[in-house]
Ligand binder design. Structure first.
Ligand SMILES: [Zn+2]
Length: 269
């Protein structure tokens, strides 16, 4: 227990207050990304303020661990030439919809929400990465289509939402693939109706970097070295995602007036 508390203090000490508000950080990063052409990554340190999240070993709040990893990840991505904004810079309360709004306003190339897991028996361990639930994507596609007056624009808007969802899954697999190289326990890529992923207009995922209440894994996640390795893995996963060629755009259905080609007609040149 004493070792755990010492480790907890080490994590807390890593989190120094920052003078820069998240909003200013996001707009500065947006402008820098515009002028340099570098991809802008928005990192969302889960929870904060009155929303402390779950409690880990040694009484360390989830929000402290997520903010620490987020800052470590920001440093690594900047070293790779990316622009980075955090949705919060300190232990402050930011609503989930505001986090989504900040990512969209910043014109993020991708969005990553970082969390620590817990289980009722404090006995689960491992890493998992989430994308928005397919039903949430369906509703978002309907909403995007309904906002368009022109039927072709509506089809395009719907396809755009589906493309972002497909890219989110690609991002999730890239991150999970790297996380399982540094952490035990592959819990896979999953879907869930997380509010913080609903309405993000770029590839968006939520990573659970481990169970902070597990007697072994939770203690490991209080070690700065473990968090550095997690941040390394997340940076590598983002690098993998950005380096891989994007999936081809979805084939759009023809406008309703266009006749369906018959397979028997064969190709014409
Ligand atoms: Zn959480």
């Amino acid at each position: 227990m004493h070792r755990t508390l010492v480790a907890a203090v080490a994590v807390v000490a890593l989190i120094a207050p920052s003078a820069r508000p998240a909003e200013g950080d996001a707009s500065a990063a947006r402008e820098a990304a515009r002028s340099s052409g570098a991809p802008l990554v928005v990192i969302d340190p889960g929870h904060g303020g009155s929303n402390v999240g779950s409690m880990g070993l040694g009484g360390v709040d989830e929000e402290r661990i997520t903010l620490t990893v987020s800052r470590m990840l920001r440093r690594r991505l900047k070293l790779r030439g990316m622009e980075v904004a955090l949705t919060r810079e300190r232990n402050g309360y930011v609503t989930l919809s505001e986090r989504v709004r900040r990512a969209n306003a910043a014109g993020a190339r991708l969005f990553l929400s970082i969390h620590g897991n817990t289980s009722p028996g404090h006995d689960a361990r491992g890493v998992e990465t989430y994308v928005a639930a397919h039903e949430v994507v369906d509703v978002a596609a309907d909403r995007a289509a309904a906002a368009e007056k022109d039927p072709v624009a509506a089809i395009r808007a719907r396809a755009q939402v589906r493309q972002v969802a497909a890219d989110s899954e690609r991002l999730a697999r890239a991150l999970q693939g790297r996380l399982v190289k540094v952490r035990d326990g592959d819990r896979g890529v999953r879907q869930h109706a997380w509010d913080v992923l609903d309405g993000v207009r770029c590839p968006a995922v939520l990573v659970e970097i481990g169970f902070i209440d597990h007697p072994v894994e939770g203690a490991e996640l209080l070690q700065a070295e473990t968090l550095r390795r997690v941040a390394d893995a997340l940076a590598d996963g983002i690098g993998d995602f950005l380096a891989a060629p994007a999936a081809p755009p979805q084939v759009l259905p023809a406008p309703r007036s266009r006749p369906v080609l018959r397979a028997a007609a064969g190709p014409r040149r």
